[in-house]
Write a protein that binds this ligand. Structure first.
Ligand SMILES: Nc1ncnc2c1ncn2[C@@H]1O[C@H](COP(=O)(O)OP(=O)(O)OP(=O)(O)O)[C@@H](O)[C@H]1O
Ligand SMILES: [Mg+2]
Length: 226
């Protein structure tokens, strides 16, 4: 069974003027350990699709299932649990909490989930991203690449099934971006997560298992298979 499945998904946003069709009849599935790069012009629907695949938002029609659970059929409590237990998000702007140290940032989702071994797991995740020596630093004391590594550790804290990255290298120079991409690729394999990454950078698609292109909300089926 695929970890992420979208079936005939459309998403419409209501605005003051005309409604916006952000996604139109998108179907896809992502397996455990698979690394998907999502490309396409600005406004094509990449972030919208990631949000739907992380149960942060819902399709107007069609269905998204995450690890077998259809997001539109869940109660608020079930959704909170699904997001907390199965989904990790990584952002272009890192989005670490600035009043917390690196290790506290990684630990926070675990504490919220009442994980008894929060500190131990956080330490292990920081080791995975090779940031152990910086665990006591605050985000403003870290470079962009180092902050993104902490953010990856945080997204992996609860051992998610799904990892969603929205332009994770967008604020990094090429060399640092490549390092982050290599880390994401290793993460997909070793943690067995279904990884979907929106990106503008053509370079960053080379490392993915599959490339999907969104144009005006539609998936181009001539996806490149590697
Ligand atoms: N909350 C919203 N309300 C109304 N329209 C929205 C909303 N969010 C996104 N849209 C519209 O939906 C379309 C898809 O947007 P989306 O953010 O998914 O594109 P994107 O591919 O991520 O673009 P970018 O590469 O610039 O990040 C765009 O036309 C956008 O204006
Ligand atoms: Mg976007």
């Amino acid at each position: 069974m695929a970890v992420i499945e979208a079936r005939n998904v459309s998403k419409m946003y209501q605005t003051q003027s005309a409604p916006v069709i952000a996604l139109e009849d998108v179907s896809l599935s992502v397996e455990r350990g698979e690394f998907i790069a999502l490309v396409g012009k600005s406004g094509g629907g990449k972030s919208t699709l990631l949000n739907l695949c992380g149960a942060m938002d819902f399709p107007t029609s069609g269905e998204v299932s995450i690890d077998g659970q259809i997001t539109t059929r869940l109660s608020d409590a079930e959704l909170t649990r699904l997001r907390r237990e199965k989904v990790g998000f990584i952002f272009q702007s890192f989005q670490l909490l600035h009043t917390l140290t690196a290790i506290e940032n990684v630990e926070l989702p675990l504490l919220l989930a009442r994980e008894a071994k929060a500190r131990e797991i956080a330490r292990e995740r920081l080791r995975w991203v090779d940031m152990s020596e910086y665990e006591g630093r605050y985000p403003h004391q870290l470079s962009g690449g180092q902050q993104q590594r902490v953010a990856i550790a945080r997204a992996l804290a609860h051992d998610p099934k799904v990892l969603l990255a929205d332009e994770p290298t967008g604020n990094l120079d090429t060399a640092t971006g490549d390092m982050v991409l290599a880390l994401l690729s290793r993460t997909a394999r070793e943690f067995g997560v279904a990884l979907m990454m929106a990106t503008h950078s053509a370079d960053s698609t080379a490392i993915a298992d599959r490339v999907l292109r969104l144009r005006d909300g539609r998936l181009e089926h001539a996806a490149v298979l590697r």
